[in-house]
Ligand binder design. Structure first.
Ligand code: ZN
Length: 471
């Protein structure tokens, strides 16, 4: 078995690893790289290998930084199967369509801006970029999905197979266990994908890690410890109450998939128990509406808490004070509505989508609160808010950050250092090697040190393009 690391090394986005077993080559994930526009476009539009030389893709979960570059791969010649759990495959339909729409809109916007600039200055350079992929490319990728239920072994080629176990990170998310069989011997590679944490709303806890020889392990929060659930829920309730007392609005940038549904469920429980006032909540994202439908469809994946709602005959994602907004005009009407109320809108890192309009309209008012609930990659607007920059640029205009900015990392769905250490504990002694990916260098380094101290193994922090022969 040979593995080459192409993405999510030294960073959290663009997850993509190439595995070769005998004559079979497949990818683990094919995610979108996010960061500076030009660099991201270059990275995403050019593959460091021939896409038509890849036999298949095994997808860990639907988040766009793991799945979002599949349409480019297909456009560039890949035509094999894309294996994913049924929920992941279902989620990828609206998500890849939405991503294509964003790519097309983005390219249109940049081109328009260029033409405007050129009308003032005929010598203006930079003609913009073509869309990374189109709606048609997304449909071509969607057509290649093959659903493989959790726990079912899927052959990838002679002597190569995989099965998925629950990662507990989002609906349908999986840890991938790759098996190589040679001369009656079995060798196994584990890929954590994004590892979740016990107690997350809606979904079940991560399944125990099976015995593997090598492990590719994420490290998003490898240097952090999350606070207890109780502390987190209190923090959320206090924040809502505080903002209500000021008559302000609560603006929540959230991934349309996973985080939005989890947040809705937690708020539902807080209303039911009378811990927060009965204020309106708007989920302002067409993608969130479509993916919520997928969440409703896959009730077989719910944990006990979400099932309670179903037992009582209630919809965990729809309650009286909640409204889903599809229409653009309705979204704009929220600007004129007086607070207090809550708006949950995408994108999660504030890089695109309707959230930008809500931020532009509310960020300069100290009555309002911006609640960050997910990991914010470097160089994104979301990260600048987390880092408490006094001024940020929205749609190219400088704006003063006068609203309160609060961060709740615990809802982000990634295990912290202690949880990662616990998860690998049963197999730690037998592991031949751990590769740390999906983390900024400081987080990966902190996790590497903790693993070394606790288990006596020194993990490898691969660099982009680095290959390893595993046998
Ligand atoms: Zn994820």
């Amino acid at each position: 078995m040979k593995i080459t690391f192409w993405g999510a090394v030294g960073t959290v986005t663009g997850s993509m690893h190439e595995v070769r077993i005998g004559g079979t080559t497949f990818l683990l994930d094919c995610g979108l790289y996010q960061g500076h526009r030009k660099e991201a476009h270059e990275r995403n539009s050019t593959f460091p290998f021939r896409p038509d030389g890849i036999d298949s893709v095994v997808l860990s979960h639907a988040h766009i930084d793991h799945s979002g570059n599949l349409p480019t791969l297909v456009k560039d010649g890949f035509h094999g199967p894309i294996y994913a759990t049924p929920a992941t495959a279902d989620l990828c339909v609206p998500m890849l369509r939405d991503s294509a729409h964003i790519q097309e809109k983005d390219a249109e916007f940049v081109t328009k801006r260029f033409h405007r600039r050129r009308s003032l200055d005929p010598a203006a350079k930079d003609g913009g970029l073509p869309p990374l992929y189109t709606a048609a490319d997304a449909e071509a990728a969607i057509a290649l999905f093959h659903q493989v239920p959790m726990g079912t072994e899927q052959e990838l080629g002679p002597g190569a197979a995989y099965h998925a176990i629950d990662a507990g990170h989002m609906l349908g998310s999986s840890v991938v266990i790759v098996t190589e069989r040679v001369n009656g011997k079995e060798l196994r590679l584990g890929f954590s994908g994004d590892l979740g944490r016990p107690g997350l709303p809606i979904i079940r806890d991560p399944a125990p890690l099976e015995e593997v020889d090598w492990l590719i392990l994420e490290s998003t929060y490898g240097g952090r410890l999350h606070k207890d659930d109780e502390v987190v829920i209190n923090k959320l309730a206090n924040l809502v109450n505080r903002t209500c007392a000021r008559g302000g609005k609560i603006i929540v940038p959230a991934f349309a998939v996973g985080r939005t549904q989890q947040l809705v469920l937690v708020l539902h429980e807080l209303f039911d128990s009378g811990r927060i006032p009965n204020i309106p909540i708007f989920v302002d994202s067409p993608l969130a509406i479509e993916t919520t439908e997928v969440f409703r469809k896959h009730a077989e994946l719910y944990d006990e808490e979400a099932n309670q709602f179903r037992v009582k005959g209630e919809d965990p994602f729809g309650f009286k004070r909640l409204r889903y907004i599809r229409d653009v005009n309705e979204s704009k009407a929220l600007n004129d509505l007086r607070g207090p109320f809550i708006v949950i809108s995408a994108s999660g890192m504030c890089e695109a989508g309707r959230i930008l309009h809500h931020l532009r309209n509310n960020i300069e008012n100290p009555r309002n609160t911006i609640l960050i609930t997910g990991y914010q990659a470097e160089n994104t607007l979301g990260r600048k808010l987390v880092d408490k920059l006094p001024e940020v640029s929205i749609f190219g205009e400088p704006m003063r950050v006068r609203a309160e900015v609060e961060t709740i990392n615990e809802l982000s769905g990634h295990a912290d250092q202690r949880e990662i250490l616990e998860w690998i504990k049963p197999v730690a002694a037998k592991l031949k090697r751990i590769f740390l990916v999906h983390g900024e260098p400081s987080q990966s380094a902190a996790l590497a040190q903790a693993i070394q101290e606790r288990y006596g193994t020194t993990p490898v922090l691969p660099t982009r393009g680095q290959s390893f022969d595993l046998n």
